[in-house]
Design a protein around this ligand. Structure first.
Ligand code: MOS
Length: 742
C-alpha cells in the first residue's frame, strides 16, 4: 500500500475547531460551576503590610477570597525532572500567596471565587492591599554591574560557562576580527487561548481540565504542590489554543484553581485575562549578546566568543540557552560561551518558541554577515567555508545534516545569484537580500514514552497517548503513523490524547513531540500488527492458518500472504471469529541511554528579501524562503504549516514584538494584543517552505527531527541582513523599528 506517513492530509481536528465544537479548558460545562479571578500586585518589589478582603467578600455573588493570609501552604516544590521537561519551570522555586513578599509586578496576590465570571472580576478589584514598596530592578541597564555567571542554568541542565581552545589568544591572533553587541527586547508568547484551568474534586479525586503542552507534567506538578498522589489527579487537555512555550511549564494558576475548588467545594474555572498572560506564564527575557569572531583572510573561523547578559527572577537562575547553537554550528577550534545573570523583579522567564536559538542565532548570524562584508565574501560562501562536517563540540558524526542542500535549494528559490553588491531601487523602496543559517537541537526526551494502539472488531483502530494537541497537528500525524503500521486506511484510525488516564508521555517541548510520540505509537502499532498476525496463523479458522508469520504482510487493509495476496483476512474477520471486541498493545520507546553515538541537530537556511522605504524607514518583508532538513516528515501539510508559522514568528521577532518595561512602575507597559504587536495576514509576505529530505536512523525509530522551532531559528538574522543590504545600516537591536532606519 502507498505510504500514509508523509501524506499532506488535512487536519482531523479542523472541523471541530472551525465550527466551534472543540471544547477548550475554559469551555467545560459543569453543574455548580464557579468562577475564579486572580488579582495581581500593583508593586514589583516589597511586601504586603495589610489585606482587607471585606469589601470583596461583601460583593454580590462572592463565595471566597483567598490571599496569602488564608491560602493553604504548598506541600512541596516539585522536583525538576528532565524527563518531564515542562513540569515546573526548570528552576522554578516560587509559589505565590505563601507569604507577604512581592517579587514582581502582577504577582498573584488574591484569588476571588464568585458565582459568575463578571462578579468575580469585579470583586477581584475590591480586595484592598497596603504595600511597603521597595525600588524595583527590572531591566538590563539596572543589573549591568551586579551580575554573576551561574554554575548552571535552570536546574543544572546547561553550564553557565563553556569553552574549547584558547579563545582570547585566537582572537588576538586573528587576521580579521569583528566584535558586536546586540540588544533583544523581552517577548511574550501570546497564544490566542489564554491559559485556563477548570478544576473539580469528585470523591477525593481531582479533575483538571488544563491548557497545557504536557498533561502528565501538570499531573506531576500539581500532585507535588498539593501533596496528593498522582493517581488521584486526572488531567484532561483535549484542545489547547496555541502555546509557544507559555503552557510548556506548569504555572501557578493550575494549582490555584485546584486549591480554590477544594476550598469552595464546587467546580472552579480560572481563565487568565490577556493582561495576566504577561505576568503569569513566563516570558522571553530581555537580553544583550556580545559576539566576537576571529577569522583568517579566507574566511575560516578561528575564534568564536559569545556572551549573553540577561535579567532573571529573584528566586531562580534562568536564561534562554542561546549560546549552545553557536558552539555547534560552525567548525571553529576556539569557542567560549558565557551567561551572565542579574536578579530582577520579574517573574522567572521561560521557554518561548525556539527558546535560545532564536535569540542566539540573531546575534551570531548578524555578526557573520558583518564578517562576510569585511572579508568581501558572499555571506553564503562564508557559511560554506565554515561548514561543520562533524560536531565541533563532541567531534561525533551528525545523525543527519542536509545543511549544504538547504543552502543550495534556498539560494535557488530566492534567486541569491542576482544579489548585487548594493541594494536595488524600486521607486521609494530599497530592496535587499539577506540569509542566515538555521539550527536547533534534535535530541529527544531521556525517559520511556508510551502509547497504546487498539483495533476494534469493526475494523477501526485508535492510538492513544497523553499528548496534548496545541495546534501542532499531532492528532492527524499520529493517525497516519498508526494507520501505516497497521496497514489500515487512515480514515479508520483515530488518535486519542489529552488525558493522563492514557499512557504517559513527556511534555511536547523543544520540537520533540512528533519524534517521541511517533516512536511510541509506531512501536505499539507494529506490536499489535504482529500480535494479530500471530493470532491468525495460529487460528485453525483463518485462511492464514499455519503460515510463516514472516511471510504475512498487509495489503488493502488485510493481513495476506506476501506471495499470494488473495489469501488472507481482515483484523475484523479475525476478531469476530474469536468473539473478541478488540485487541490492543501498549509499548514504550526508550531512548538509548548512556553516551550518544551521534550529535543530533536539525538544520536549515533562511533567505529574506526586504524593501525599506528610503524616506520613512518602513520595512516590508517581500519574501521569505526557508529550506529545512527536519528528517522524516509525518504530514507534509502540517509540517510546512508549522515551519511557515515559525518563519512568520521570526518576522515578528525581527520587526514587531517587544514587551516594554515601564521601569518606574516595574510593570509591562503594553500587555494587550493592541499594544504588543504580532504579524497579521497583511504583514505576511510570500513564504516558501522547502523540505530537504534527509534520512536519520539515529534520532528515533521513524527518523523525525521535528519542525516546531527550526522555522524561526535564524529568521530575524536573515531579515536584519537584508535590511543591511538594502540600507547599509547594521541594526543590532530587535525589533528593528522605523527609528533605527531614519
Ligand atoms: Mo517550546 S518554546 O520548547 O514549548
Amino acid at each position: 500500500m502507498s505510504a500514509v506517513i508523509g501524506q499532506p492530509l488535512p487536519r482531523i481536528d479542523g472541523r471541530p475547531k472551525t465550527t466551534g465544537a472543540a471544547r477548550y479548558s475554559a469551555d467545560i460545562p459543569l453543574p455548580g460551576l464557579t468562577y475564579a479571578v486572580l488579582a495581581g500586585s500593583r508593586i514589583a518589589a516589597g511586601r504586603i503590610t495589610r489585606v482587607n478582603a471585606a469589601p470583596a467578600l461583601a460583593a454580590t455573588g462572592v463565595i471566597a477570597v483567598l490571599t496569602h493570609e488564608n491560602l493553604p501552604r504548598i506541600a512541596a516544590q516539585p522536583p525538576v525532572l528532565p524527563s518531564l521537561l515542562g513540569g515546573p519551570s526548570p528552576g522554578e522555586t516560587f509559589f505565590p500567596m505563601q507569604d507577604a513578599t512581592i517579587h514582581y509586578g502582577g504577582q498573584h496576590v488574591a484569588l476571588v471565587v464568585a458565582d459568575t465570571y463578571e462578579r468575580a472580576l469585579h470583586a477581584a478589584g475590591l480586595v484592598e492591599f497596603t504595600y511597603e514598596e521597595e525600588p524595583a530592578v527590572t531591566v538590563i541597564d539596572q543589573i549591568r554591574d551586579r551580575t554573576e555567571v551561574p554554575d548552571s542554568l535552570f536546574g543544572g541542565f546547561v553550564p553557565g560557562h563553556s569553552s574549547r581552545g584558547d579563545v582570547e589568544a585566537a582572537l588576538d591572533r586573528a587576521e580579521v576580527r569583528v566584535d558586536a553587541t546586540y540588544h533583544l527586547a523581552a517577548n511574550h508568547q501570546n497564544p490566542l487561548e489564554t491559559s485556563a484551568t477548570t478544576a473539580h474534586w469528585e470523591g477525593g479525586r481531582l479533575f483538571l481540565h488544563d491548557a497545557t503542552q504536557g498533561p502528565n507534567a501538570t499531573q506531576h506538578t500539581v500532585a507535588a504542590l498539593l501533596g496528593v498522589p498522582h493517581a488521584d489527579i486526572r488531567v484532561i487537555s483535549h484542545y489547547v489554543g496555541g502555546s509557544f512555550g507559555a503552557k510548556a511549564s506548569i504555572w501557578h494558576h493550575s494549582t490555584l484553581a485546584a486549591m480554590a475548588a477544594r476550598h469552595v467545594g464546587r467546580p472552579v474555572r480560572l481563565a487568565l485575562t490577556r493582561e495576566q498572560m504577561f505576568t503569569s506564564c513566563g516570558h522571553r527575557e530581555e537580553q544583550e549578546h556580545s559576539v566576537s569572531l576571529g577569522a583568517d583572510r579566507q574566511g575560516r573561523l578561528t575564534a568564536l566568543r559569545h556572551h549573553k547578559l540577561s535579567p532573571t527572577s529573584q528566586h531562580d537562575d534562568w536564561a534562554e540557552t542561546s549560546l549552545e547553537v553557536g558552539a555547534q554550528l560552525y567548525a571553529c577550534d576556539a569557542y567560549e560561551g558565557v551567561y551572565r545573570l542579574g536578579r530582577a523583579h520579574t517573574m522567572t522567564p521561560t521557554f518561548m518558541r525556539c527558546p535560545g536559538e532564536a535569540s542566539g542565532l540573531f546575534a551570531l548570524e548578524s555578526t557573520l554577515d558583518q564578517l562576510a562584508g569585511e572579508l568581501g565574501l558572499d555571506p553564503l560562501e562564508l557559511r560554506l567555508r565554515n561548514h561543520a562536517d562533524t560536531d565541533p563540540v563532541t567531534e561525533k558524526p551528525w545523525s543527519s545534516k542536509g545543511l549544504k542542500e538547504c543552502y543550495r535549494r534556498g539560494a535557488e528559490l530566492i534567486g541569491w545569484h542576482r544579489r548585487a553588491a548594493g541594494p536595488v531601487a524600486d521607486g521609494d523602496w530599497l530592496v535587499g537580500l539577506g540569509m542566515a543559517s538555521a539550527a536547533y537541537p534534535a535530541a529527544g526526551p531521556v525517559n520511556p514514552q508510551r502509547a497504546r494502539v487498539r483495533v476494534y472488531a469493526d475494523g477501526s483502530a485508535v492510538a492513544q497517548a497523553a499528548a496534548s494537541e496545541f495546534g501542532t497537528g499531532v492528532g492527524t500525524a499520529m493517525a497516519q503513523v498508526a494507520a501505516e503500521a497497521l496497514g489500515l486506511p487512515v480514515e479508520r484510525v483515530r488518535f486519542e490524547a489529552g488525558d493522563t488516564d492514557l499512557p504517559n508521555l513527556a511534555s511536547a517541548v523543544g520540537s520533540t513531540g512528533a519524534g517521541m510520540i511517533s516512536a511510541a505509537v509506531h512501536r505499539a502499532a507494529v506490536a499489535l500488527r504482529d500480535q494479530l498476525i500471530a493470532q491468525a496463523v495460529a487460528d485453525p479458522g483463518s485462511p492464514l492458518h499455519g503460515a510463516d508469520p514472516g511471510r504475512v504482510g498487509l495489503s488493502g487493509g488485510r493481513m495476506v500472504l506476501r506471495d499470494r495476496r488473495d489469501t488472507g483476512e481482515s483484523y475484523a474477520e479475525l476478531l469476530l471469529r474469536a468473539h473478541q471486541p478488540d485487541a490492543e498493545a501498549t509499548r514504550s520507546w526508550a531512548p538509548p541511554q548512556g553516551e550518544p553515538t551521534h550529535a543530533m541537530m536539525t538544520f536549515g537556511a533562511h533567505f529574506a528579501e526586504v524593501a525599506v522605504d528610503r524616506d520613512l524607514g518602513l520595512v516590508r518583508v517581500r519574501r521569505l524562503v526557508g529550506a529545512f532538513a527536519p528528517g522524516r516528515v509525518l504530514n507534509a501539510r502540517t509540517a510546512k504549516s508549522q515551519l511557515m508559522g515559525g518563519m512568520l514568528w521570526g518576522m515578528g521577532q525581527a520587526l514587531l514584538e517587544q514587551s516594554v518595561m515601564d521601569r518606574r512602575a516595574g510593570r509591562w507597559a503594553n500587555p494587550s494584543l493592541g499594544d504588543y504587536l504580532v504579524p497579521v495576514n497583511a504583514d505576511a509576505p510570500q513564504v516558501d517552505v522547502e523540505l530537504v529530505e534527509v534520512t536519520d536512523d539515529v534520532v528515533n525509530p521513524l527518523g523525525v527531527k521535528g519542525v516546531g522551532e527550526i522555522g524561526q531559528a535564524g529568521t530575524a538574522a536573515a531579515i536584519a541582513a537584508a535590511v543591511h543590504h538594502a540600507t547599509g545600516r547594521r541594526v543590532r537591536n530587535l525589533p528593528i523599528v522605523v527609528e533605527d532606519l531614519l
